[in-house]
Write a protein that binds this ligand. Structure first.
Ligand code: KG4
Ligand code: ZN
Length: 333
């Protein structure tokens, strides 16, 4: 058995996990800072870095206890290298490198976005290549074609806001707490998606996305003379985002001739998105995978899994001089 210790501190969750053979999650400890940042309506980088410093060792201890293992049993150490906030990334990355040095274990830096994809490899059934993956998080919206481990091609991406960012901004306009995605989804369940005819940005002939026009359309209605009911606005906004994401992801799977379609990132927790992608893909013989809810948003189990595959199938071991890269692109690393 290969025991991987993973660290994730790219944004506002301090997370440490232990994963066996890139598949079995022995521990997945997460200390969320959401309450700390809520009153500011978003993540304050300085506060986040300091909180990571305070939480990291207690969360590491919690993960070791959960798994019932000791540090000397660890075979590989993985940590998020980027993208994310540079100050928060440095906390997890530096701790991981220090442990790798002290324990004399190999170390691997992991791309956070590839980590999201690898959350799907923690499912009971491992997805088969080649595949298409829709990565939808707070900072990114990317459509990826993957032929095998480490063999990725970018098919399309957002030209402005990320899907999660659009959810968060619209939620804020509707007076919902941060982070808005899950709150907006709950409100949308009580509304009529057909009540407001929001536009769909198809950007025909590309796999690219755009959500800023939709966000502006919501803004004008909310500030206008006769704003629709918030639940109807939420439902119609969500329907517009979900329809474009689902249509483009499934079209990419068909055009690439793959039978596997993955959803990844925080927005893949959205029930409407999961249902719509399955509804469109399954009659075409395309299998849809999405991580369990706890592994959709930021966690370290996905980082440990991605680190395992990079090491096992890519022969990757990083030097301890590896530095954080806040702007790491999804294909790097
Ligand atoms: O992947 P993630 O945890 O962090 C980043 O790497 O960005 O994604 C967080 C994003 C936030 O924008 C959050 O509002 C969104 O994922 N999100 C959702 C849902 N759960 C989380 N968006 C829509 N519906 C949800 N159920
Ligand atoms: Zn993330």
């Amino acid at each position: 058995m290969t025991l991987v210790l993973g660290f994730e501190t790219s944004c506002d969750e301090t997370a440490v996990a232990l994963v066996a053979d890139g598949r079995r999650v022995l521990a997945n400890a997460v200390a969320s800072q959401i309450d700390l940042h809520r009153k500011y309506g978003g993540v304050v980088p300085e506060i986040a870095s300091r909180q990571h410093l305070e939480s990291l060792l207690p969360v590491l201890r919690e993960a070791l206890d959960q798994a019932g293992v000791t540090l000397d049993q660890v075979d590989l150490i993985a940590a998020t290298q980027g993208p994310g906030l540079v100050g928060t990334l440095l906390v997890g990355l530096t701790a991981a490198k220090a442990l790798a040095f002290a324990l004399d274990k190999p170390f691997v830096g992991v791309n956070h976005l590839q980590g999201h994809i690898y959350a799907n490899f923690l499912l009971p059934e491992v997805p088969e290549f080649p595949l298409v993956c829709l990565v939808v998080s707070g900072g990114h919206t990317d459509l990826i074609y993957m032929e095998g481990h480490g063999r990725m091609e970018l098919l399309g991406r957002t030209r402005d806001d990320a899907a999660g960012e659009a959810f968060d901004k619209v939620a804020r306009l509707l007076g919902l707490p941060y982070p808005g995605g899950p709150h907006l989804e709950r409100l949308a369940a009580q509304g009529d998606p057909a009540a407001v005819p929001f536009p769909r940005a198809w950007l025909e002939g590309t796999y690219d996305f755009s959500f800023s026009g939709l966000k502006t359309a919501v803004l004008h209605l909310v500030r206008g003379p006769n704003p629709p009911a918030p639940a109807d606005l939420a439902a119609a906004f969500q329907a517009s985002v979900v329809e474009v994401l689902a249509e483009k992801a499934v079209r990419a799977a068909v055009e690439k001739g793959v039978r596997t379609l993955l959803l990844a990132g925080g927005v893949s927790a959205n029930g409407a998105l999961r249902a719509e992608v399955s509804r469109r893909a399954e009659p075409l013989g395309i299998r849809v995978f999405a991580p369990p809810l706890a592994l959709c948003t930021d966690n370290a189990a996905m980082i440990a899994a991605a680190g395992y595959y990079a090491w096992r199938y890519g022969g990757r071991v990083d030097d301890l001089s590896l530095s954080a890269d806040p702007n790491l692109g999804i294909l790097s690393g």
